[in-house]
Structures are given as C-alpha cells and as structure tokens.
Design a protein around this ligand. Sequence first.
Ligand SMILES: [Zn+2]
Length: 455
Amino acid sequence: MTAPTTARLWCEWAWTGSGGGAPEHGVLLEVGADGRLTRVESGTPRPPDAEHLAGLTLPGLANAHSHAFHRALRGRTHTGSGSFWTWREVMYRAADRLDPDRYLRLARAAYAEMALSGVTCVGEFHYLHHGPGGVRYDDPNAMGRALVAAAADAGVRLTLLDVCYLSGGLDARGEHLPLAGPQLRFGDGSVDAWAERVAALDLADAHARPGAAAHSVRAVPADRLPRVAALAEERDLPLHVHVSEQPAENSACLAAYGRTPVALLADSGALTERTSLVHATHLTDDDVAAVRRSGATVCLCPTTERDLADGLPRTGDLVPAPLSLGTDQHAQLDMFAEARGVELHERLRTHRRGVLGTGILLRAATVQGHASLGWPDAGSLTPGARADLANVALDGVRLAGADPAHSTDAVLFAATAADVRHVMADGRWTVRDGVHTAVPDTAGELDTAIKELLR
Ligand SMILES: [Zn+2]
C-alpha cells in the first residue's frame, strides 16, 4: 500500500453518519497525512483546488461477518434441494484443500473484491487454523497470518475474529460430538490451547487487530463458554458468535442445557456490549428482550440467510439493538444488497413497509459495523475519524434519474457494488474509477485462486 497523502475532496453529496438518512450537499473533506479526516464541512461551494467527487459519498462500509474461503463456493452450491447441512459438506471439501499460500491468494482476491464494493474493514470469522488432520503448522497461526497479509495487500482493515471450535456439533439428544474429518483443522483441543494460540498472534499492524469468537453453542460446550467470554473481556476484544441460525440448534441446545442458545450465552457472560450475535434468526421473546438489554450487536447476513433457507429474523423487534451487516459466505459481495435485504426481509415477515428506515440501515453498514469490530473511530465522516469513504456513482444505468437529494434511498434500494467508483481506507485510495489500485486484475486473481483450489 502507498502511504496516505493529504487530500482535499469536495463531495457533491455525502452522508456523513450524523442525523437521519438524508445526504448533505457540498461536503468538503480534508485528509491529513495520518490518514484521518481533519476537516468536514457541509454546504460549501466547490473549491478550485479540491478533487470533485460526483455522486454520493458514504463513510467506508464495514463487512462484519466474512468467511473468506467460502468465496470459492460461489455459484457452486446454490441450486438443488440441499439444506444448510448439505451445504456445509461442500464447504468442508473446499476447506480441506487450503494451505497458507493458497489461502493468502484466495483471501487477497476476495478482500480486493470487497474493497471494490466499498468495504474498508472486514470481520473475518476465522476457524480454519490447522493443517489437514489437525496437524499444527510450524507457526500455529500461519493461516491467520495469511489472512492478515491478504487484507494488507487489499487495503482492507481486518479484525481477525479467532474462533474457538472444540466440538463437531450438538446432536438432537443434546450431546456434543467429537471433531471429525475437515473439522479437525478447526479445533485447538481445549479452550486454553485456543487462548494460548490467540495470545501468540501479536498483531502490531495498524490495519489488523485481534478479536475473539466462539463458533456457536454447537461447537463450544457450555462449560467452556465463560472462559472464551473472559478472555475477550480481559483483552478488550470484540466477541462474535453464530447463534440460532437454524431451529435444530435451538432444539439441541434445549435438549442439552434446558435453555436457548441466547440464554446460554447470557448465563456464560458472553452476552454483553462487546458481543455480536451473528444471524440471531430463531429467537424467543425472552431472547429478544435479553439481547436488547445487553447492548449486543446483531449481525445480519440476509443473502446467506435466504440462500441457506434459514428463516426470517425478528429485526424490527430487536431494534434499537445495534445492527451490523455481513456477506458471510459471499454468495454475492454487495453491502447495498445486504442492507436492503434486512429491510425487505422484515417487510416479508411483518407485511409492513419502511420498518427500519435509511438511517438505521446506513449506520448498520458503517459506524455500527466498524464499532462491532473494534474500530470505534471509523464509519462516519467526522473530524478525527479514519479517512474511509465509498463514493457511489449516480449516473450509471441503475441510478440514472434518481433525485440526488434522496440519493441515500436510491443507493440503498437500487445500487449494486458495481456502482462504487472510488474507495479510500485510512487515507489511501484502494479503488479508483472502479479498479482496485493494488489488485487491478481482481477477477483474474479470483479465477486463478479458486480454480487452483477446486480443480
Ligand atoms: Zn458465518
């Protein structure tokens, strides 16, 4: 990546993150050499010495839930009558063929595609830790380091949500299963071994920071959850966990512990403001109340949730809980699609329109997503914040004719990632005129990395 340079940018229209969902006209941004915004001023005439950013400029987008290697499965798993569980078998086959070098190439290209869609920060839910059969690499964090290097190459900040994964599942009788087959690569054997490996990955880079994760109540037995939560607390890390994505998880958890997954997390100290609950699809009234009381973020991944026939989350009931968005398995990589998916799914569930509104959806895609990943100084266009932005063209075929004064609505409901024209992260341009500055042949790199893996 090149060093950040000072810049003066004049945005024809910008949504700065303050107020509701309406854009402001004539927003002057100044970027300092430290990659932060030094000045943000609305309602200014265009200065002759500032770069003109036409269209709508948003704060950089945060993709709060990613499994980078699932990008290899795009287009290969979506048809037929399989379930979440048969999809998982295909995913395991791809996982089995990755090594650190292949993972670096695949993740670098996937993160570059993410940058092209306006993303400046990703939460990587990382559980593919070890070699085939569970054999440790010489550096037990070799796979995590590959992801850190990939994100640096792609100019996307990374929170490496290092996943504790101890059990191969929870059966209908409520019994935890041993890890088997490809799952052996995910497990550290004990929660202490997981904590030791996490501590050994010293992320000093400005672009990456550590996070903690419990894969799910299926993969982490109840008596180990408090230790995972305590480590997140001790080290002040975000804590992410898949929860209640499928009814089968709830019934197995009830059989095992007499409680729902959300109640189990709450009882384990794992439901706090630092927690992100990924999916949170099948919640009881008590679960919803507990989530709202806790201050936890709910991370929704609507493209994946409908692809896997998960069901519809109770989003309107959960708000004002903070929301974040993820592309999860990357069946598509488009944060606008995820944002409108949240609202449109809620319309299908409630038979009502306009449930969440543009401001809530934009905050989920920006400031709340960044905060849930441990970057509270990103996701809004305010002085002192990280200079992250995603500039969206309004003159392409999808948005031509839109009213610029309502361009946030137009972008949320009609734009695609292909409308993103320029992206800056930490004061560096990562995308110019729709081309990644460091990975210009992003499609070619994706093609090579995926065919190498799945040939
Ligand atoms: Zn996931």
